[in-house]
Design a protein around this ligand. Structure first.
Ligand code: 7TS
Length: 406
């Protein structure tokens, strides 16, 4: 296992291009990461040689497609250290995984008078499905606030948890702030009152080692496209005992063992939750992304990204008129900020003309913007292939933007 940044950048064809005649600096990795050649090749290989439907054919191509699809499941199981591949459900992404739990588990386990607790820093996809569930069943959505550093107010957790709390939804690594949350502590406390915990790991899995058994979380979700894999594919981990008794989320092919007009018997896990022809190519690409992560080492990637983040924060703190949004003691990969006198969207546009891709907006975390009293932030987010030279380019461009608006 080695970590050579130049060699690693060579894995990503897309990085080697000019945008507006400037070398691309792709700093929008929290939105989606770029894909290494190994992932692109795995998808292409599938379409060129193995394309067939899974779990149903008797022919060679279908057997190969099924083997590759199920091999990806095993890679994901090992990556998050799930006890069984039955606990690995492929979904369209983190969003669909949360909606699956809110519908299937939520409808059968949460009722009138119950409470769902989420944090103030959740992505909309870990707020809205719970809000919709609460409206459906007459439950109440409670909120664990954040402080002005963008950290959870953990001292309020005990007061918010009680015997009515049935589920806690908590983001592992915040996309808007970069905060890494103490999810293990939250899980222990939630379990003490009998609540289940869903961890939103959409941002976490590519940036830190995740062990669902060590965390003891009940559900864990992520998206492949934020971890060097394809779009349209993601993961729901759930404890087998929970998944076993949950009703299907969608009905259709593959999720049944027997259908008559009177009655349908559902398939075993994980197929009960994978109705219809799945995203086979995406899943195989997801597996290749896991291989790529393992080959480079999550610990190596995390160390590299931490040094980039520290470097960027150092420049940001010295930059006149720049306000960092999210200064948690424990954070990773995200630098969210505002610049006095320049709207974040204008900043995004100016930086784009210099080949620097960042995101400007509310980052699907409007309550975070409301907390900090800003309409939007500019956000640079780092991945394994970013360099200090790209961060220098970012701050040089920010300097020119500041001068322009002065
Ligand atoms: N949860 C978190 C913490 C996220 O950052 C995102 C996407 C999601 C859930 C939803 O993931 P999806 O793959 O199902 O869409 N976050 C972002 C972002 O920060 N910029 O674009 C998408």
């Amino acid at each position: 296992m080695s970590f050579d940044i130049e060699q690693l950048r060579g894995d990503f064809p897309i990085l080697h291009q000019q945008v507006y005649d400037r070398p691309l600096a792709y700093l929008d990795n929290a939105a989606t990461t770029q894909k290494p050649k190994a992932v692109i090749d795995a998808v292409r290989h599938y379409y060129e040689r193995d394309n067939a439907n899974v779990h149903r054919g008797v022919h060679a191509l279908s057997e190969r497609a099924t083997a590759a699809y199920e091999a990806a499941r095993e890679k994901l199981r090992a990556l998050v250290n799930a006890a069984s591949s039955h606990e690995i459900i492929f979904t369209r992404g983190a969003t669909e995984a949360i909606n699956l739990v809110a519908s299937s588990w939520g409808n059968t386990h949460i009722g009138a008078g119950d409470e769902v607790l989420v944090s103030e820093m959740e992505h909309h996809s870990d707020i809205v499905p719970w809000q919709m569930l609460c409206e459906r069943v007459g439950a109440t959505l409670k909120v664990l606030p954040i402080n002005d550093a963008g950290e959870l107010c953990m001292e309020q957790l005990d007061d918010l948890l009680n015997e009515r709390t049935k589920l806690v939804g908590i983001v592992h690594l915040s996309n808007a702030l970069g905060t890494i949350n103490p999810v293990a502590d939250i899980i222990t406390k939630a379990h003490a009152v009998g609540a289940r915990v869903l961890v939103d790991g959409a941002q976490a899995v590519a940036h830190m080692a995740v062990d669902v058994q060590a965390l003891d979380c009940d559900f864990y979700v992520t998206s492949a496209h934020k971890m060097y894999g394809p779009t349209g594919i993601g993961l729901l981990y759930g404890k087998e005992t929970l998944l076993e008794v949950m009703p299907p989320y969608q009905g259709g092919g593959d999720m049944i063992t027997m259908v008559t007009f009177e009655e349908t018997q559902y398939n075993e896990l994980p197929y009960k939750f994978e109705a219809g022809t799945p995203n086979i190519a995406g899943t195989i690409g997801f597996g290749a992304a896991v291989d790529w992560l393992n080959d480079n080492g999550i610990a190596n990637i995390a160390a590299h990204e931490q040094s980039l983040l520290a470097y960027a924060i150092g420049q940001a703190e010295a930059f006149d008129g720049l306000r960092i949004i999210g200064t948690a003691a424990s954070k990773a990969t995200v630098l969210s900020f505002t610049l006095q006198g320049v709207h974040p969207h204008d900043l995004g546009t100016i930086l784009d003309r210099e080949g620097i891709a960042i995101r400007a907006g509310h980052h699907c975390a409007m309550p975070v913007m409301q907390h900090f009293g800003v309409p939007a932030t500019a956000r640079a987010s780092f991945a394994a292939y970013n360099t200090k030279a790209e961060i220098d380019a970012l701050f040089e461009a920010l300097g020119r933007a500041r001068d322009l608006f002065a």
